[in-house]
Design a protein around this ligand. Structure first.
Ligand SMILES: Nc1ncnc2c1ncn2[C@@H]1O[C@H](COP(=O)(O)OP(=O)(O)OP(=O)(O)O)[C@@H](O)[C@H]1O
Ligand SMILES: [Mg+2]
Length: 341
C-alpha cells in the first residue's frame, strides 16, 4: 500500500485560532485544513510567526482555554478531539500522539526528574514494573544522544542544558511509540551531528512502528529528504500544500517559490537561488481577508485584496489568484534555470 492509500489518521478542517488581546480578538490561524495518513510524514514550513506552532498546539488542546478561541473540526482516528476534556486529551497525547514541542518546558514538569517523567509515561500505557520502566528511560536517553544517561535520568529539567532538555523531551515522545508524532522544530536546539541522529530516530519510529509524523522545520533540505507531503504556511493560512516532489519541482504560490527554490529539487530542472523576499510578514492583527503575502508579492494585483481562490493542480493546491500559463511564466522570471548553469 502506498502512503496515499493508507487511512487518514488526523484530519483538520477549517481550524481557526483567535487570541484575546488588549486590541480585541486577533486571529493567528485562519481556516487551516490538512490531513495526515498513517505512516506519512507531513512537513509544515513557513516563516517565523506564520502560525505553525499555534496550529499544532491548539489542535492538541494545549492552548490556554481562557484566552484562546479554537474553531473548526479536528478528528483523530475518526473521533472529534476539539471538544474532549483536558483529561481525555492528555491520555490521547500520552498514548497515541507524541509531542516534541518547540519549547521543551511545555512537555516537562519542573518538579520531577526526567527519568521519573519518562518512566511514568511508559507505565501509563504499558504494564511494566517501575524498575523496567526506568531501565527503558535510561536506554531512550542514550538513544537520543545524552552522553551519560545513567546520571541524566535522575536530573530535574532545570539541571539540564537546553539541548539536553530537548533530547529528554524527544525521549519522552518516543517512549510510547505513538501512532502520530508531532515534532515542532525538534532539532533546532541541537548541534549538527545530533540533529542527524535525532532525525534518524524519528525515521526509525516510522519504519519500526509505522508512526506518522508532522514535522515543523526551517530546514528545506530535511523537508525535501524526508517529507511525503508539505504544507506551506504564511500569515496564518496554508497557502500551498501537495506532495513533496511536485512542490519542489514546480511550486505554485509565489511565496513557495522563495522557499522551494532555495535548494535544488530532487528531480526536474535545477532552480536558481531566490534573492531573499523583501519585507516582513504581517502580524496577526494586520491580516485581512485578502492574500497575506500580497504586500510582498511582486505579482500582486487589486484582486489579491479579496480572499484568494484555491487552485488545484495534480496533488498540489494553492491559495493564489494566478493561473497557468501565466503562473509558470512568472515563476520562470523568479527562478531562472540559467543562474545555476
Ligand atoms: N498566546 C498568544 N497570544 C497572542 N498571540 C499569540 C499567542 N501565541 C502566539 N501568538 C501569535 O501568533 C502568531 C503565530 O505564532 P506561532 O508561534 O504559531 O508562529 P510559528 O510559525 O510557530 O513561528 P516560529 O517559526 O518562530 O516558531 C505570532 O504572531 C504570535 O505572536
Ligand atoms: Mg513555532
Amino acid at each position: 500500500m502506498t502512503s496515499a492509500e493508507k487511512p487518514i489518521l488526523l484530519d483538520v478542517n477549517g481550524l481557526t485560532v483567535s487570541f484575546a488581546t488588549d486590541r480585541g480578538m486577533v486571529r493567528a490561524v485562519r481556516d487551516v485544513s490538512f490531513s495526515v495518513r498513517e505512516g506519512e510524514i507531513l512537513s509544515i514550513v513557513g516563516e517565523s510567526g506564520s502560525g505553525k506552532s499555534v496550529t499544532l498546539l491548539s489542535l492538541l488542546g494545549l492552548h490556554d482555554r481562557k484566552t484562546t478561541r479554537v474553531e473548526g473540526m479536528v478528528s483523530f482516528r475518526g473521533r472529534g478531539i476539539l471538544d474532549l476534556s483536558p483529561g481525555e486529551l492528555r491520555s490521547i497525547r500520552g498514548r497515541e500522539i507524541g509531542l516534541i514541542s518547540q519549547d521543551p518546558m511545555t512537555a516537562l514538569n519542573p518538579v520531577y526528574t526526567i527519568g521519573w517523567q519518562i518512566a511514568e509515561q511508559i507505565r501509563a500505557h504499558e504494564k511494566i514494573s517501575a524498575r523496567a520502566a526506568r531501565k527503558r528511560a535510561v536506554e531512550l536517553l542514550g538513544e537520543v544522544g545524552l552522553s551519560n544517561p545513567q546520571e541524566a535520568v535522575d536530573r530535574y529539567p532545570h539541571q539540564l542544558s537546553g539541548g539536553m532538555r530537548q533530547r529528554a523531551v524527544i525521549a519522552m515522545a518516543l517512549s510510547c511509540n505513538p501512532a502520530l508524532l508531532v515534532a515542532d522544530e525538534p532539532t533546532t536546539a541541537l548541534d549538527v551531528t545530533v540533529q542527524a541522529q535525532v532525525l534518524d530516530l524519528l525515521l526509525r519510529l516510522r519504519k519500526d512502528f509505522g508512526s506518522a509524523i508532522i514535522l515543523i522545520t526551517h530546514d528545506m533540505g530535511v523537508v525535501s529528504e524526508v517529507a511525503d507531503r508539505v504544507a506551506v504556511m504564511y500569515a496564518g493560512r496554508i497557502v500551498e500544500r501537495g506532495e513533496t516532489e511536485a512542490m519542489f519541482a514546480s511550486p505554485l504560490h509565489p511565496y513557495s517559490w522563495g522557499l522551494m527554490g532555495s535548494i535544488p529539487p530532487l528531480t526536474g530542472p535545477r532552480l536558481a537561488r531566490l534573492k531573499s523576499i523583501p519585507g516582513m510578514p504581517p502580524t496577526p492583527d494586520r491580516i485581512g481577508e485578502g492574500c497575506g503575502f500580497a504586500p510582498r508579492c511582486a505579482f500582486a494585483r487589486s484582486a489579491c485584496l479579496e480572499r484568494p481562490p484555491l487552485r488545484k493542480i495534480g496533488t498540489q493546491a494553492a491559495l493564489c489568484i494566478l493561473e497557468e500559463p501565466e503562473r509558470a511564466a512568472l515563476r520562470r522570471t523568479v527562478l531562472s534555470a540559467e543562474e545555476f548553469a
